[in-house]
Ligand binder design. Structure first.
Ligand code: ADP
Length: 481
């Protein structure tokens, strides 16, 4: 089976979020299951620098305002089609904006260009290559499915995965004339959205199947609260809507071999977590004692409930836990958390910044990781927490609800609990969960059972890749009809 994946990000070449992890991991997880996945990515500087021999397999005299070509290359074990279009992608800064974080004003053109190339490849533009299925990700590649639908590849099954519905790619109607789509596409059941052009909306409309990154998020986005204006359309398409949780790279995230840890351990040698705990105490200037260390590794934003965290710091300390926060984002939240650390020396420590190595040590040394998100399509840090015996305390939403088993009485006596859930994401319920965590931590038998149960959970890509494969087969069977 040949699957063409079209994405604005892929790990390890270019990453701003979980989307890159998924598009980087899926081809590898599917390779052993009879699927050859080739991925079309933009030729950002980081991507162009990663290969020497240019091998153009397709040329555009003009693609969205400039010359472009597609190169077939292999990088880091991934089969890629790289869209070399310097006028669109050869820029400093991030994939979507300049170094200061401001979005490029022509993002619509950049990702229309990527999607147009995706539609062309789906339609057979590259000789000797014909995908059986096209799989797009998020608004930046969603228009691929519109180009397919109004072009040659109308009969090729397609899928779109929504990693976060908050980002939709909505633009004014004025751009339509430059997209190269037929006039009929500017319609309610096409790319038109509230009088403008909606990239994600167009993809949701055209896709043969829609997936999100957890079953609970798939249900949540059907409601006005989480649907971000697209719930009506998503409900109309609900028969074709699926939720598949993300996996994690269980080689990079393996407490037995993780090079970032001070001390490696397994579920059988949990005591060996102790030196990591001491390292966390040192790094965050925390008192050395036996009280639980609760950690946070997160973007500091409203979505992640970091304002709620800032509001409950005093309560966390009052309940006898210590807090270690690693994060960056909203300047107001950074300030509030740093102020809380100054108020509670020895009990609360905050490191502002992005630090991959420290995030591993925290998972390997802290007792619990708290994730009070208002919405969370899947979430990764709770999965790392499970794998590292760092018990997750999560808001019951999206992928957090699907991956953590709450330590209620029944779950504790059955020995299946892996963490704590609370809902809704507010200060009172958050603190109630912290109280439950402190109580459970006081019983070493209960606590170790939860740690071990979490470490036994299958958080690898294997099961999820199997589910994507089942869906691909379903789409191929629809094509046959
Ligand atoms: P999102 O993609 O919405 O930010 P996820 O939980 O899906 O949330 O993924 C976040 C990823 O970024 C995780 O791998 C997490 O460990 C990492 N991360 C977030 N903030 C930091 C930080 N300050 N330092 C190191 N890693 C971080």
């Amino acid at each position: 089976m040949q699957v063409l994946s079209v994405t604005p990000e892929i790990f390890p070449l270019i990453k701003t979020g979980g989307l890159a992890d998924v598009t980087g991991a899926l081809p590898i997880a599917l390779a052993g299951k009879g699927v050859t996945m080739r991925t079309l990515v933009p030729g950002y500087p980081q991507v162009m620098e990663a290969f020497k021999k240019k091998k153009p397999v397709h040329h555009y005299p003009l693609l969205q305002g400039g010359k472009a070509s597609v190169h077939a290359v292999q990088i880091a074990g991934l089969d890629l089609f790289v869209l070399d279009a310097p006028h669109l992608f050869d820029r400093p800064g991030g994939p979507y904006g300049n170094a200061a974080g401001a979005d490029w004003p022509d993002n619509w053109r950049r990702f229309a260009g990527l999607s147009q190339a995706g539609g062309d490849i789906a339609g057979g533009a590259i000789s000797g290559y014909q995908p059986d299925i096209v799989h797009a990700h998020d608004w930046q590649s969603a228009m691929t499915l519109a180009y397919m639908r109004y072009g040659k590849a109308v009969g090729t099954p397609s899928m779109i995965t929504v990693h976060n519905l908050a980002f939709q790619g909505q633009f004014g109607a004025g751009i339509f004339a430059e997209l190269g789509l037929p006039a009929v596409a500017m319609a309610l059941d096409g790319v038109e959205y509230y009088g403008g052009v909606g990239f994600l909306k167009a993809g949701l409309q055209a896709a043969w199947a829609i997936t999100t990154v957890s079953p609970t998020y798939a249900q949540e986005i059907r409601t006005p609260e989480f649907g971000m204006g697209l719930d009506g359309l998503i409900n109309m398409r609900s028969v074709d809507l699926y939720g598949i949780v993300n996996g994690i790279d269980t080689e990079i995230w393996n407490p037995e071999t993780d090079k970032h840890l001070v001390s490696n351990y397994t579920a059988k040698t949990l005591k060996a977590r102790h030196p990591n705990r001491t390292a966390v105490e040192d790094r965050f200037n925390l008192d050395r004692d036996d009280s639980p260390i609760v950690c946070v590794v997160s973007r500091l934003t409203w979505q992640k409930g970091m304002d709620i965290l800032a509001a409950v710091v005093d309560g966390i300390v009052a309940r006898g836990a210590r807090l270690a926060v690693l994060g960056a984002g909203d300047a107001g939240l950074e300030g509030a958390l740093l102020a809380a650390a100054a108020r509670h020396r020895g009990r609360v420590g905050v490191v502002v910044g992005y630090d991959e190595a420290l995030s591993h040590i925290m998972q390997g040394g802290c007792d619990a990781i708290v994730i009070p998100s208002r919405f969370e399509p899947c979430g990764l840090t709770q999965l790392y927490g499970l794998r590292y015996g760092c018990v997750p305390v999560v808001a019951r939403t999206g992928g957090l609800a699907d991956t953590v088993i709450d330590a209620n009485e029944a779950a504790i006596s059955a020995g299946v609990a892996t963490g704590f859930q609370f809902a809704p994401a507010n200060a009172g319920d958050f603190l109630h969960a912290v109280r439950r965590l402190v109580e459970a931590h006081a019983s070493p038998t209960v606590w170790m059972s939860m740690q071990r149960q979490g470490m036994r959970a299958d958080v690898s890509w294997d099961k999820s890749a199997e589910k994507y494969l089942e869906l691909y087969h379903l789409l191929l069977s629809k094509k046959a009809i």
